[in-house]
Design a protein around this ligand. Structure first.
Ligand code: FAD
Ligand code: NAD
Length: 470
C-alpha cells in the first residue's frame, strides 16, 4: 500500500483539524489530513452542533405555534413527518460536507481516509484506507471526543441512545428518560419534548447545567419544568434492563431505590477525549489523568513535532474553541507568535438560551475575585415584551476599581446571538461606560446590554435604580 510524505499531517477532520489544515495551507505549508470517518466535518458537523441546532430550530417553531395562543393565534398541532425532518437535517449536513470537500480541493489539502496511530514522532500508520503510512515534519492531533459512559448506564440496547443515535430520531418515544442535565441532555430533551415525548431528566448534582451561574439557570429551569414531564435532581441511575418494549431504570435518591419504565433512554453524561489507541506512547506527547493531551498556550505537546487542538486538548469542549486553537497551531508552525488567550463564549441552545463569556459569578466566588454585578431584567425590555419572552436577564460582571467588563451572562430568547457583544466587550477591555454610551437600536434585545451597563453606572432610565453617580 502507498506511503505519503508531507510537511504537516493533521489527524482528525473536525472543526479543530480542518481549520488547522486550511490555515496551514493558506500559510504555504504542504498539508495532508487523515480522517477515519467517511466524510470530513467531525462531531460538530456530522453528529453535534449542526444537526442538533437544525432539530432545535424545528422544535422552536413547534413551541412558538403553541405559545402564539397567548396572542390570539391558534394553530393545529403540527403533523410531524419524521422522514422528512430527518431528510432536511441530513441535507443541511450534506450541504456543508460538500462545502468542506471543495475547500480541501481548492487549497490542495490531501484528504486521506483511515485511522491514524503514531509509529514514532515522525511517522503515522493509517488503517482502513488507500494510504498506509505517512511521514511528516509536524503533526497536529485533532481527534476530538466521544460520549462518556459509566457502569450502570452502558446497557447495549437500541433503546439506549447516546447523542449520536438520538440525533437520528428513529422514532419519537412516548416516554424518554434523559440521563444528565447538561448541554446535550437539555438541548436534545427540548427537541424530543417538542416532537411529543414525555421527557424526564435525571441529574446527579443539585441543579441543571452545573457550572453555569444559578441566576441564569433559574428561568430555564422554570420553563423546563413545564415542557418536561419531570426533572429529578441529586438522582443517580443505579442500573437499567430491557423490559418488554422498553427499558426499566433503577433510580437512587437519598439512599432509596425506585424503578420506572421508559420507551427510550438518552445518556448524556459528558464526553471523553479520543487519545487512547493513537500510539502517543511512541512519542513524547503526554496525556493527563483524564486523557486530555497536555498542551501549552501555543498548542505544543511535550513532543516538539506534535501539536494538539480541540476537544482532545482540553476543556471547554466547544467547536469555536477548537477552531481558534486550530488557527493558533497552524500559525505557530508557520513561525508566527500566535498563542491561545481568547475569551471562549458558551451557549446552551435551550429555550430560553443561556450564554456567557469571560468571568462568571460562580468562578469569581470560587477564586475570591471581587466583582460588582449589574443586571437588566428583560421585563423592562420593550422588545422582550413584543416577543412574549420577558423572563430573560442580562448580567455584567464589572471590576469595581477599573469598571472594566470582566464577564457577561445572558439568559433569554436569542442569548446565543446577543453574547457576541459581550465577547467583544471582554476581548477589547471595554469599561461599563463603553456599553452604556453605545447606542443600541430600539426596540431590540441588545438594548439590555447597554441597559445593564447603565444600571451599573446609575444612569438607567428604563428601570428605577438608585443613582450611584451623575
Ligand atoms: P471532533 O469534531 O470530535 O472531530 C474529530 C475527528 O477526528 C472526527 O471526525 C473523528 O472521526 C476523527 N478521528 C478521531 N480519531 C482518529 C484517528 N485515530 N484517525 C483519524 N481520524 C480520527 N460545540 C459548540 O461549540 N456548539 C454547539 O452547539 C455544540 N453542540 C454539540 C451538540 C452535540 C450533540 C455534541 C455531541 C457536541 C456539540 N458541541 C458543540 C461540541 C463540538 O461538537 C465539539 O467541541 C467539536 O466537534 C470539537 O471539534 P474537534 O475538531 O476537536 O473534534
Ligand atoms: P455536560 O458535562 O454538559 O453535562 C453532563 C451532565 O450529566 C452534568 O450535569 C453531570 O452532572 C451529569 N451527570 C454525570 N454523570 C451522571 C449520572 N451518572 N447520572 C445523572 N447525571 C449525571 O455533558 P454533555 O451534556 O454530555 O455534553 C458534553 C459536552 O459537549 C459539553 O460539556 C459541551 O462541551 C459539548 N456540547 C456543547 C453544546 C453547545 O455548545 N451548545 C451542546 C452540546 C454539547
Amino acid at each position: 500500500m502507498a506511503g505519503h510524505k508531507t510537511d504537516l499531517l493533521v489527524i482528525g477532520g473536525g472543526p479543530g483539524g480542518y481549520t488547522a489544515a486550511f490555515r496551514a495551507a493558506d500559510l504555504g505549508m504542504q498539508v495532508a489530513l487523515v480522517e477515519m470517518d467517511e466524510r470530513p466535518g467531525g462531531v460538530c458537523l456530522l453528529r453535534g452542533c449542526i444537526p442538533s441546532k437544525a432539530l432545535l430550530h424545528a422544535a422552536k417553531l413547534i413551541l412558538e405555534t403553541e405559545e402564539a395562543k397567548a396572542f390570539g393565534l391558534s394553530f393545529e398541532r403540527p403533523k410531524i413527518d419524521l422522514d422528512a425532518l430527518r431528510g432536511w437535517k441530513d441535507g443541511v449536513l450534506s450541504h456543508h460536507v460538500g462545502g468542506l470537500m471543495d475547500l480541501f480541493k481548492r487549497r490542495g489539502v490531501r484528504l486521506i481516509r483511515g485511522r491514524a496511530a503514531f509509529e514514532n514522532s515522525g511517522v503515522v500508520r493509517v488503517e482502513g484506507g488507500e494510504v498506509s503510512r505517512v511521514e511528516f515534519g509536524h503533526a497536529i492531533i485533532a481527534t476530538g471526543s466521544r460520549p462518556a459512559t459509566f457502569p450502570g448506564l452502558d446497557l447495549q440496547s437500541p433503546r439506549v441512545m447516546d447523542s449520536t443515535s438520538a440525533l437520528q430520531i428513529a422514532e419519537v418515544p412516548k416516554a424518554l428518560l434523559v440521563v444528565g442535565g447538561g448541554y446535550i441532555g437539555l438541548e436534545l430533551g427540548t427537541v424530543y419534548a417538542a416532537l411529543g415525548s414525555r421527557v424526564t431528566v435525571v441529574e446527579l448534582t443539585d441543579g441543571l447545567l452545573p457550572g453555569a451561574d444559578r441566576d441564569l439557570v433559574r428561568p430555564l429551569a422554570a420553563r423546563v419544568a413545564k415542557q418536561f414531564e419531570s426533572v429529578q435532581l441529586q438522582t443517580k441511575v443505579a442500573g437499567m434492563r430491557e423490559a418488554g418494549e422498553g427499558i426499566a431504570v433503577t433510580f437512587e435518591k437519598d439512599g432509596a431505590k425506585t424503578e420506572e419504565a421508559f420507551d427510550r433512554v438518552l445518556v448524556a453524561v459528558g464526553r471523553r477525549p479520543n487519545s487512547a489507541g493513537l500510539g502517543l506512547e511512541s512519542t513524547k506527547a503526554a496525556v493527563d489523568r483524564r486523557g486530555f493531551v497536555v498542551v501549552d498556550r501555543q498548542q505544543r505537546t511535550g513532543d516538539e513535532r506534535i501539536l494538539a487542538v480541540g476537544d482532545v486538548a482540553g476543556e471547554p469542549m466547544l467547536a469555536h474553541k477548537a477552531m481558534q486553537e486550530g488557527k493558533v497551531a497552524a500559525e505557530v508552525l508557520a513561525g508566527g507568535r500566535a498563542s491561545f488567550d481568547a475569551v471562549v463564549p458558551a451557549v446552551v441552545f435551550t429555550d430560553p438560551e443561556i450564554a456567557w463569556c469571560g468571568l462568571t459569578e460562580t468562578e469569581a466566588k470560587q477564586k475570591g475575585i471581587e466583582v460588582r454585578t449589574a443586571k437588566f431584567p428583560w421585563a423592562a425590555s420593550g422588545r422582550a415584551s413584543t416577543l412574549g419572552r420577558t423572563e430573560g436577564v442580562t448580567k455584567l460582571l464589572i471590576d469595581p476599581e477599573t469598571e472594566r467588563v470582566l464577564g457577561v451572562g445572558i439568559v433569554g430568547a436569542g442569548a446565543g446571538e446577543l453574547i457576541a457583544e459581550g465577547v467583544l466587550a471582554v476581548e477589547m477591555g471595554a469599561v461599563a461606560q463603553d456599553l452604556a454610551l453605545s447606542i443600541h437600536p430600539h426596540p431590540t434585545l441588545s438594548e439590555t446590554l447597554g441597559g445593564a451597563a447603565q444600571v451599573f453606572l446609575g444612569t438607567a432610565t428604563d428601570l428605577y435604580v438608585r443613582r450611584k453617580s451623575k
